[in-house]
Design a protein around this ligand. Structure first.
Ligand SMILES: Nc1ncnc2c1ncn2[C@@H]1O[C@H](COP(=O)(O)OP(=O)(O)OP(=O)(O)O)[C@@H](O)[C@H]1O
Ligand SMILES: [Mg+2]
Length: 372
């Protein structure tokens, strides 16, 4: 099988922009429309929330590309870490070079007139060391806005308890207060965001608009599989196309994995047989369980895992009362776990007192393994 085929249609790697972005047109347009609203408006501060492998990083990358085309200076997605602030500043400065290179020569000679800059839009060393992030980014935005450029900050893997994230949010609020033409879009897991939103310093984020990344529609996945395999001249019977789409359970990452393994295992005369299908699904499930299920479970407390394990032994939807009984705890006690797991986006309420799994293959994984 030609390697480029796999690369072209299916490439199951995290943070990798797929060649075809499925089912996210509406989200991307909403984000882009937000950037067109006047400075200071609510739509300029947004939070993308989605499960692992649902395309948060990809959505940020796509937005970065579109925003650049629309004349924004963009700090491409920066993961929350102790180096967050310097990293954001560096990325903004680097992106601004696009305009300096194509623009008039005179701007790169230190003649731009903004206090704090030496050559181009780099801060001189003294300022980098002595001035706060808030000061530096305000000067940067002021200078960019003067050149009629807006500024967009993209933050990935938002998590609670980050001092740097707090500082960034505070600086952003000050920028808005100064009337700067700036916007911020962040992304994170439902669990991480529920922690962030409970932090008083970050109440600002409560007002930011939240955009949920939903599972992909199965019909859309099936149509994509049909097209991808037809273009690559791989013959897949209709019933297997449909089954493959259903097996993704709407997870974009699972879609990439299944597509990849089907392509990889196709027979030498480019056919997908029942045998090939089975092998491909097994490969995809194994990767998904390692990359997603195991990672999810490792981030939970033992008690939370026990709740989920108990739940996985029951038919869906499971009754919280039965789970409590199975765990040997009171119903009130079990409710605390239910709440946390709901916040984390791992389970969903079906109706009062009933829950089901919200992460594909998690129940299977818990039933079949004792590890974690
Ligand atoms: N809408 C989509 N259409 C096609 N492929 C997608 C889509 N969204 C994501 N993918 C693919 O799924 C995989 C996971 O995407 P991504 O890394 O953006 O997920 P994520 O939500 O950031 O995950 P994590 O929470 O682990 O950081 C990548 O291989 C990506 O190319
Ligand atoms: Mg990501």
């Amino acid at each position: 099988m030609d390697k480029t085929v796999q690369k072209r249609f299916f490439s199951p790697t995290f943070g990798n922009k797929p060649r075809y972005l499925l089912g996210r047109d509406e989200v991307i347009s909403r984000l882009c429309e937000g950037l067109q609203t006047p400075p200071g408006s609510r739509e300029r501060a947004r939070l993308i929330i989605g499960q692992r492998g649902y395309g948060k990083t990809v959505a940020l990358l796509e937005l970065a590309e579109q925003a650049r085309k629309a004349g924004y200076v963009v700090a491409s997605p920066t993961i929350v870490s102790p180096a967050l602030l310097d990293s954001v500043m560096e990325k903004l400065q680097k992106d601004s070079e696009r305009f300096l290179k194509t623009g008039k020569k005179s701007v790169s000679g230190g003649s731009i007139g903004a206090f704090g800059f030496s050559a181009g839009l780099q801060f001189d060393r003294q300022d980098t060391e002595s001035k706060t992030f808030a000061f530096r980014i305000d000067r940067f935005c002021e200078e960019m806005n003067r050149r009629r450029k807006s500024v967009l900050i993209l933050i990935d893997e938002v998590q609670g308890g980050s001092e740097e994230l707090k500082q960034l949010i505070i600086a952003y609020q000050e920028l808005v207060g100064e009337g700067r033409d700036v916007a911020i879009v962040m992304a994170g897991l439902p669990a991480a965001l529920s922690v962030v939103l409970n932090d008083k310093v970050l109440t600002f984020l409560n007002r930011a608009e939240k955009i949920m990344l939903e599972p992909l529609r199965i019909a859309e996945v099936e149509a994509f599989f049909r097209r991808a395999f037809r273009e690559e001249s791989i013959a897949v019977p209709d019933h297997l196309l449909q089954k493959a789409a259903e097996k993704t359970e709407g997870s974009p990452y699972m879609m990439q994995l299944i597509g990849y393994y089907l392509t990889l295992n196709a027979t030498s005369d480019a056919k997908i047989t029942d045998k090939v299908f089975k092998k491909a699904i097994a490969g995809a499930e194994k990767d998904f369980q390692n990359d997603i299920c195991l990672t999810v479970l490792r981030s939970l407390s033992d008690r939370d895992v026990r709740f989920l394990r108990e739940m996985s032994s029951m038919d869906e939807p499971a009754l919280v009362a039965d789970i409590a009984k199975g765990m040997g705890v009171s119903r009130e006690y079990a409710q605390q776990y239910r709440r946390r797991l709901l916040d984390a986006g791992l389970i969903e309420t079906v109706k009062r007192g009933e829950v089901r799994f919200a992460v594909p293959y998690l129940a299977d994984y818990l039933r079949n393994t004792d590890a974690v």
